[in-house]
Design a protein around this ligand. Sequence first.
Ligand SMILES: Nc1ncnc2c1ncn2[C@@H]1O[C@H](COP(=O)(O)OP(=O)(O)OP(=O)(O)O)[C@@H](O)[C@H]1O
Ligand SMILES: O=P(O)(O)OC[C@H]1O[C@](O)(CO)[C@@H](O)[C@@H]1O
Ligand SMILES: [Mg+2]
Length: 893
Amino acid sequence: MITSLTVIYISPEMKSGDICSSEAVTGGENVFSCEPSDVSSADHLVVMVNGILGSSEDWRFAAEQFVKSHPDRVFVHRSEKNAASQTLDGVDVMGERLSQEVLEVIKQKPNLRKISFVAHSVGGLVARYAIGRLYRPPREKTEEMSAETFEEEKATIGGLVPMNFITVATPHLGSRGHKQVPFLFGVSALEKVAVLVIRWIFRRTGQHLFLTDDDEGKPPLLKRMLEDSGDCYFMSALRSFHRRVAYANVGYDRILGTLLWEDSVNEKYPHVVYEERCKACDLEQDSTKDDNTNDVEEELVTGLSRVSWEKVDVSFHNSRSRFAAHSVIQVKNYNLHTDGETVFNSCPAHTSLHLNVFLKLARNVYQEFKTKTQKLSMDLTLKSPPNLHYLSLTKTPNPFSSRLFLKPINSFKYITFKHQIYNKNSFISHPIRAQGLNHDKTPVENDEVEDDGFVLEDVPHLTNFLPDLPTYPNPLEHSQAYAIVKETFVKPEDVLAQQIVVQKGSPRGVHFRRAGPRKKVYFKSEEVKACIVTCGGLCPGINTVIREIVCGLNNMYGVNNILGIEGGYRGFYSKNTMELTPKIVNDIHKRGGTILQTSRGGHDTNKIVDNIQDRGINQVYIIGGDGTQKGAAAISKEVEKRRLHVAVAGIPKTIDNDIAVIDKSFGFDTAVEEAQRAINAAHVEVESVDNGVGIVKLMGRYSGFIAMFATLASRDVDCCLIPESPFYLEGEGGLYEYVQQRLKENRHVVIVLAEGAGQEYVSESANANVEKDASGNKLLLDIGLWLTQKIKDHFTTVKKIPINMKYIDPTYMIRAVPSNASDNIYCTLLAQSAVHGAMAGYSGFTVGPVNSRHAYIPIGRVTETTNVVKLTDRMWARLLASTNQPSFLNKPK
Ligand SMILES: Nc1ncnc2c1ncn2[C@@H]1O[C@H](COP(=O)(O)OP(=O)(O)OP(=O)(O)O)[C@@H](O)[C@H]1O
Ligand SMILES: O=P(O)(O)OC[C@H]1O[C@](O)(CO)[C@@H](O)[C@@H]1O
Ligand SMILES: [Mg+2]
C-alpha cells in the first residue's frame, strides 16, 4: 500500500554531494545524493533489509556511506516494511511485504536499471524470499526477436538487472540446535527450553529459523527455498545475480553462533579453519540437536551450493565489541563508527575495521560482473596493529562445499590463525591456500604469501567423515612401470589453474587438484571391491575407459575384484553383475558402445547405495554425462551420510562435449572425425549434381561443438547451424539468401546442422508436445527433416529454382564407432586418474583435463553449468570467418 510519495527535496543549504534521505512511497527510506544530476543518473537500486527485531535505522550509516562513495550511481532504499515485532511474522510474510515494497520503489523511479540487495541476519532470508517473488524469467524467444535482442533477454528482478546479493550474518542454514537463539546466549539448557517455546518467542519467524514450520504438511520453508516452486523462483532468482556474497562473523556471533557454513569449528563441521573458537559456543557438547539436523543441513548446504558464493569472514575476536559482533558486522550503530573513539578509545583499530567492513560491502555493491575477479584483498588492508581483528576473504564459487574438503583444524598445527595474522602485514588470511594443500599434513610455507586471489576448489576426501581411516604405502612405490619415473607420486601441493590466460596482476583464480598417484592410499589392494557402471547415451571410447579401469586397478594396484554393473544405474538393483578381469576386457576397446550396456532413468540413490553396501563394494566408477554425474554426486553424498568406506569416482562421458570445466570429453575427437565422412559424402553428392544442397545433421542437444568442430575440420561446409546461434530463413542475411548465393557462385552448398538448432521452428510448425526421455531430457524434434523440406519448398515453389537435396543423418553412426587413437589415449589417462584418485581416498570427484593436465574436480562444478559454444569467444568467429556464412545477428524486423 502506498503510504506517502517520494519527495526528492534538495534544500538550498545543501551542498552538492551531500546525502539526502526521504520517506519513500513504501514507507521505507530512500537515500541518495543531492547532486541534482545524480538524482536522475543513479540507476542502481540498493535495497537494504534489516534483521530480526531490527528496523531500517540499522542500515542508516551504511546506506549513507554507499551513497557517498558512488553518488551518481546508487539509490539506496532501506526497507521499512518489516520492523520490530513485524520481523516475527515469518520469513514468507516478510518476503511478500518486501517484494511489494521493492516494486513500489521501482515504479516510482523509472531510471533504475539494476538492483542489489544488502541484508542483515534474518533479512537475508527475507530478501531471498522476496527475490523469488520478484524474479521474472527471460522471455521465450520469438520469431520477431533479433538474435541481438534475444541475447539481451535476461532474467530480471522486478524488471531490473540483478547485480549483487549480499547477506551479512544470515542464518542460511537455519538456527536449529546450534545455540543461536538471541537472548539465550548459547546456553544449552536455556536453548532446550527455548525449542519448546519457540513459537511463543519468535512466532512464525522462529518456526522458519528452527525449521519447525509445517504449512499444510509442506517441508520447512528454508528447504522449499532451495527450489523454484510455483511462482516463487527462489533458486533461479538467486542464480540470476551476478554475485552472491556472504559476510559472516567467525566467532562471537551470539545470534548466529557458529552455524554459518564457512566458519564452524566444532565437531560437526571440523573442517573449517580460521576461526577463533568462541568458548561459550563451541566447547561444550551440544545436546539440543536432533538426529535430523545433519540431514537437513546437508540438504540446505547442498541446495545453496548450487549457486556460487563469495564469502567474507569477519572476526572481532580481540575486540571489546566482539560480544556485539552480530550487530557490529552490520555497522549498525552509528556511534560506534563515528565517535567510536569514545566507546573504544583504547582500541582505535575498531573504527578502521568497521569502515573496512562496509567499504568492502560498498565495493561489492558497485562491483559489476566484468570486474568481479579483481583482487579482493586490496581494499581491506588495515593500517592498524594486526592483532585485533582480521578479515578473511575467500573468493570461491562454492563456500558451502569448501567445508567438505578443508581439513580439521588440528591437522594444521603449522598454520594457526594467530601465526598467520601475526606474521603478516595485513589482516587478510588465505584460508584455502593455506589449508587446502595440506591434505596429507604437509606444511605449506605460506608466510610470504600475498593474497593473490588463489582459490583451490578441492574434492571431498573419505577422511572428511572417516577421520581415522588407516593409510597404506602406495603399491606403485615398487612398481616396475614407475621404477625410473623421476617423481612417482603427485605432490600434494600440485594444482592446476583453471584460467591460463591471465594478465599481470590479475588474481590467481580457481585451481583444482592435480590428478595422479599419491604416496599413501586408503585401501588395501586385496580388500578393494570395485564396480563400474555406464549410463546415458553412447559415446566412442566407453569400452576403453572400462578396460583401462580394470587394467589400471589390476596392474597398478593388484586389485582382482571388479564387477561390471549392467544396464546403467538401475542395474545396481535390478540386474546381475558381471565379473571384469584384464582378460575379459582385453579387446573391448576395439568395439563401440559399452559392454556393460547403458540406460536412462532409474536412478534411485537409496537402492543403489543399499546395493553397494550389500555387495561390499568399496570403489564405484561411474561413467556418464551430466545427468550421470549428478547421480554420482547423490550417491557419494549418501555414502558420506552412511559413513561408508566407499570412494565414488565420476568419469565424464558425453558426445556433445557439454560438460563444464574439462577441456573436452572423450569420444569427441572421434565423433568429429567420423562426422567428416558424412560431410564428405554430402559434399561428393552435391558437387556431382546441379544445384546440389547437402544437409548433414549431427548430434548436439544444447551444445553445437560437434557441428562447429566438424565444420572447421572439413572446409567443405558452407554453413553451420548450432543451438547457441539462432538462425532465420527469410530476408536479408537469412539462410535462403545465403544458399541462393552459394548455389549461384558454386552450384552446390553443404549445411551442417546440430540437432538442437532451430528447435523452436520445428515445434512451432509441428505443434508437438514436449516429450521427455526416461532421464527427463527433452526429446528433440527433427530439425534436419524440417529444414530439408523448407529449403526444398522455398527453391522449387517460391524461387522456381530446381535443387537436388541430399539429407544425411549419421548421428547414431557417429556415436557408435570405437574411439580413435587419440581418444584411446585420453580414455586411458581418465581411467588411470580415476583409479589413483579413488585409491587415494578421494570421493565425489570427476576426473578430467583442465588445460591439458588431468585434475580432480568436485562433481558439483561440472554439473552446475553446461558447456556451450560461446558466440562471443573466438572459436565461433573463426568458424564464421572460415565459412563466410551469415552471422544471423541482424534478423530483419
Ligand atoms: N539430477 C539427477 N540426479 C540423479 N540422477 C540423475 C540425474 N539426472 C540424471 N540422472 C541419472 O543419470 C543417468 C543418465 O542421465 P542422462 O540420461 O541424462 O544421460 P547423461 O549422463 O547426461 O549422458 P548424455 O546426456 O551424454 O547421454 C540416468 O540413469 C538418470 O536417471
Ligand atoms: O540415445 P538417445 O536416448 O537417443 O539420445 C540421444 C541424445 O544423446 C546424446 O548423444 C548425448 O546426450 C545427444 O547428442 C542426443 O540428443
Ligand atoms: Mg546429458
